[in-house]
Structures are given as C-alpha cells and as structure tokens.
Design a protein around this ligand. Structure first.
Ligand code: ADP
Ligand code: MG
Length: 456
C-alpha cells in the first residue's frame, strides 16, 4: 500500500536494499541508498522499518520516502555562501542529499576519501580536502546524527573563506587606518603644543636668568662704588692729616737742626735720635701722601734684585727669632722703574704680615724673579720684576682675601693691627703700573707677589 497513490500501482520493492536487509533481521531504522522512485518518479531515499508478527517472523516493511530536495532547499536558505557544500550521508559513504546537488548517479564517498577517513576516526570534527565531485578545495565540519548511522557535513571553499576574511580585513584595516591617523594627528598636535610650552619655559628661564645677572652685576657695581667712595673719603682724610703733620714735622726737623749746632756735646746723641725719628716720621707721612695720591712718587730706575737682597739686614731683626728667612735672588738684575723707598716699605709690610701669620714660627721665603707677562695677573703685559713673599702661616679665607686692599680692614686685635699695610701696598702697586696677587688658603700659608714694571 502507498500513501501517494491509491490504489497502489503494481510495483515491487523486493530488490530494494532496505527490503533485503530488513528481511534478514531487524536492524532498527534503515536508511536506504538514493534511488529513482517507482511511484513518485523522482530521486528519493527511503527510511524503512521491519514489521514482525507475534512470533517474530518477517511480515513486510513500512517505508517513508524522503525527497533530497526537501533538505537541499532548506540548506540553500540557511547558507548562501558561494561554493558552500552541505551533505547528508550514510556511514558507508552513500550520499542521501547534497548541495551542490547530487543525484542517484553520484558515486558514494570512496573508502579512502577524506570524508570516510574522518568519520572513521571520530563522530565529529573538521577536515580539509578537495572534492572529487566538483573539484573545490573546502574545509568541512561534520557530525554524526545521534542514534542513527547518518552524518551531516558542511564545507566552505578555502577561496571563499579567504575572500570573506580579506573583505573583513579591508574593513578592519580601514578602521585601523582611520584610528591610526587620528592618533598620529593627536600626537602631532600634542607634540607641537609641548614644543610651544617648552619654548615659553625656555624664554621665561632666560629672562629670569638675565634679571638675576643684572641684579648681581648691579650689586657688584654698587659695592665698587661704595668702596671707591670710602677710598676717596679716606684719601682726603689721610691727605689732609698728612699735610698738616708734614708741616708740623718740618717745624720739628728745622728746629732740631738748628738746636744741633748749639747743643752741649752730651745732648748731641739725644738730639740725633730725635732728628732720626722725625725723619722717619717724614718718610711715613710721605708714603701716606703717596697713598692719598697727593704727592707724586719719586720714580727711579733701580735693580729690584739687589734692593731686596740688601733688605736682609732690615728684615732679619724684624721677623724675630722664631721665623727662618730665606732670600732667593734672581739670576740677573731686574731693572724696574718705581719709587724705591715705597718698594722697600711694601716688602717690609708683606714680611711683617707674614710674621704675624706665623705666631708659632715658620719660614719666610722671599724670591725675586724677572718675568714676562701676557695678560695675567691683573691684565699685566710685558716684562716685570716680581717679589714673592711666601709664609708657612695660618693662611686666609676667601672672604679675607677679598678685602685686603680695603683701608682699616684688619683681623688683628685692637692696638695690634691698623689695616693700612696692604691698602698702602695695593695703592702703591697700582700707581706704579704693577700689581699685587695673593694665593692663600686657611691653614696652607700665604704667597703674596708684588709686580713692578721693567724700565723701558
Ligand atoms: P694689619 O696687618 O694691620 O691687620 P694689613 O692691611 O697689613 O693690616 O692686613 C690686613 C689683614 O690681612 C690682616 O689683618 C690679616 O688678617 C690679613 N693678612 C695679611 N697678610 C697675611 C698673611 N701673610 N697671612 C695671613 N693673613 C694675612
Ligand atoms: Mg700689616
């Protein structure tokens, strides 16, 4: 009997594979190989079940014919990809339905085909193979349909997958490019801004530095001005005093001179002593006037080397017994042009300062040399006689060194120092177109050098 046509035409299914198999024994649901239907006159595959009577004997089959097109049209709806392949197959490789279409003539999957090898190994998975049916290379995913001997597989062409992938990549690359461009733009803007800010900060720093430099410069100039005013006031004061004192000394020396002739022989030594003292006073006054620049220096040409060597007899008693004196003369005479008396006085001043710096004794080294200078120290150029006075005393801090030329600057106690010695030495050196240098450190001793120009 058949549900398709009634009454059923006289056809036999005795030769169909499901009939032969189910007649032998009950295999459960049997999926027959695709055939050309004898009643429906279309490609079909049959799903059959055995009928058994009460004693278990074969009593025919119940068959449902399925149209492969039912599956293929459904598959076409859910997968539109070009070249996609979907297949429903039996475990022995017989193809029941397929997209792209197959028909009853389509050979089953061979025993060595990738599909058969894949389902041999597992109930589900993927493989990659070139189809024997349409020659397309595909990646296929397959799975066994539960409680049956059927498998469903879905494959997509490698070229199709790559195409889709490329298409997506182009879209992603587009987004990526836009994003990157945005970031680069942002970076450029930020960089420009940072550069502008850095330039502003630099400008600001420079302005601040200039201001600081100006302020420092101004302070230095003010200090110099202050010092110059002080020197001028002191010069006027000293000049005035020296002038008056000089007049008084003239009266004293004149009077003593006249008294000398009339004095009793016993008083003569006393008078000579007084006259000598008054003359020394005159010399001191003369140096004060020189400092105040109110009396021209008695410039003359003399050998500095010989002059210093001659001072030994003067220096030795002045230094006291605790200080050893060494005088190292130059190898040749040093013919300098300066005031000879003032030169001696300056060297004496330097030596006395050295003595004061060595209360526990030490060595005073006086070295004479002829040197050629090229701009240093103090911008001096040309040939000079130099007297270096070097002690092994307490030395000086930079603060003290900075104030040496200042009149009345002293670190010595009241009654011990006047602070006028070095200011005289500096003033004299400058007026003589020479210079004084100091090289000292606390605890390291001091070397002071007096430079006087050679006579031309
Ligand atoms: P005074 O000797 O009366 O103090 P000076 O003008 O001669 O004045 O010296 C000024 C100061 O310089 C001294 O008080 C002393 O502090 C310092 N000084 C000068 N020469 C030396 C030296 N050779 N060693 C250490 N300090 C010195
Ligand atoms: Mg002194």
């Amino acid at each position: 009997n058949s549900s398709a046509v009634f009454p059923s035409p006289p056809v036999s299914v005795a030769d169909r594979d499901y009939f032969i198999a189910l007649r032998e024994r009950d295999t459960g649901m049997f999926f027959g190989r695709p055939v050309h239907g004898r009643i429906l006159a279309d490609d079909i595959f049959n799903v059959a079940q055995r009928r058994s009577d009460a004693s278990g004997r074969f009593d025919g089959v119940i068959v449902v014919s399925a149209l492969p097109s039912y599956f293929t049209s459904f598959w076409r709806k859910i997968s539109r990809q070009d070249g996609a392949m979907t297949v429903l197959s039996r475990h022995d490789g017989a193809i029941l339905a397929r997209v792209p279409p197959a028909n009853v003539e389509t050979p089953p999957f061979g025993a060595t085909s990738p599909f058969m090898r894949a389902i041999d190994m597992s109930d589900s998975g993927t493989y990659r193979a070139t189809s024997l049916i349409d020659g397309q290379e595909r990646i296929v995913a397959f799975e066994k349909i539960s409680d049956s001997s059927l498998y469903v597989g879905h494959g997509r062409t490698v070229s199709g997958i790559l195409q889709t992938w490329h298409h997506h990549m182009v879209v992603y690359a587009g987004f990526f490019a836009i994003g990157t461009f945005g970031l680069v733009l942002l970076a450029v803007v930020a960089e420009r801004r940072a550069a502008r800010e850095a330039a502003a900060v630099h400008h600001w720093r420079k302005a601040a530095q200039q201001l600081t430099e100006e302020a420092t410069h101004r302070a230095a100039i003010e200090a110099q001005l202050h010092q110059a005013q002080k020197m001028e006031a002191f010069g006027q004061f000293a000049g005035g005093m020296a002038h008056d004192f000089n007049n008084i000394l003239h009266v004293i020396t004149g009077s003593l001179d006249m008294l000398k002739d009339r004095a009793a022989p016993g008083d003569k030594p006393l008078l000579a002593l007084a006259l000598d003292a008054a003359n020394r006073g005159s010399k001191t006054i003369a140096s004060m006037l020189a400092f105040a620049r109110q009396q021209p220096l008695q410039s003359e040409v003399f050998d500095l080397n010989a002059t210093v060597c001659d001072m030994e007899s003067l220096l030795r008693p002045a230094l006291g017994s605790g200080v050893k004196l060494d005088i190292v003369p130059a190898k040749t005479p040093c013919w300098v042009r300066a005031d000879r008396n003032q030169t001696e006085l300056a060297i004496l001043n330097l030596a006395l300062n050295a003595r004061d710096a060595m209360p526990a004794g030490g060595t005073l080294l006086v070295t004479v040399s002829c040197v050629t200078l090229t701009g240093a120290p103090a911008g001096l150029m040309g040939d000079f006689g130099a007297v270096a006075v070097k002690d092994t005393g307490v030395g000086m801090s930079p603060e003290v060194q900075a104030r040496l030329s200042e009149p009345f600057f002293t670190t010595k106690g009241p009654g011990k120092g006047t602070g006028l010695g070095l200011s005289m030495v500096y003033g004299f050196a400058e007026q003589s177109h020479g210079a004084v240098t100091v090289d000292s450190a606390v605890g390291q001793g001091t070397t002071m050098v007096l430079y006087l120009p050679f006579s031309q």
